[in-house]
Ligand binder design. Sequence first.
Ligand code: AMP
Length: 249
Amino acid sequence: MKVLVTVKRVVDYAVKVRVKPDGSGVDLSNVKMSMNPFCEIAVEEAVRLKESKVASEVIVASVGPSQSSEQIRTALAMGADRGIHVEVEQELPPSVVSRALKFIVLKEKPSLVILGKQAIDDDCNQTGQMLAQILDWPQGTFVSKVKVEGEKVQVTREVDRGLETLELRLPAIITCDLRLNEPRYATLPNIMKAKKKPVEKLGLKDLNCDPLHGIQTLSVFEPHKRQGGNKVESVAELIDKLRNEAKVI
Ligand code: AMP
């Protein structure tokens, strides 16, 4: 069974982002970029499926600028077999990315597509769900356990009331939560081997995809500065402040 796993290049989780002075977006100059942490979990799960002989091939796909090839190479060094890079210079919303991924799915015919539950740059949490919708495939989101059994995959989902177990018919879409696994570090020999693994390059035109389909960013601004907190001496004072100052009770 083929597994397709998707990786997004995002601002590293440790970077404190700054908004561009003209409000057109986030300043990405000289900022450390990395693989989205939830995508690392997705790659790890796909590679484990291959190591346990459930998957025969792991393909990694990314839609992004030329530098996204770094994240594809990282996934290849973690154990994926080959890459597909849809090269686009502009930032695309999930509505367009999911359409580009649909094209790759129809071309590669994987039995399982594993995505991160969300990208930490836009926190959209939409791409997996949109991809499932446009393919009309079953989906298991926020997954913390995966078990493939024949033509089905059993997933455990983290939901508000606890854990939910679902059985999905393959082919299916999965989005990974934090507790699914702990991603490995790529070793130096594997980083060297990954340089020789094939990566196919495509453009949005090859995918018949309109980059303007979707949302348009009108302006980006910093969150308002938070005012300092106050310590109160008693419960009575707290209630008084909530009632008369904050006016929330
Ligand atoms: P999002 O819906 O933007 O929060 O992203 C959820 C997941 O979809 C990510 O963790 C990735 O696995 C996948 N994804 C989103 N954007 C891209 C992209 N440009 N290229 C590849 N995968 C993506």
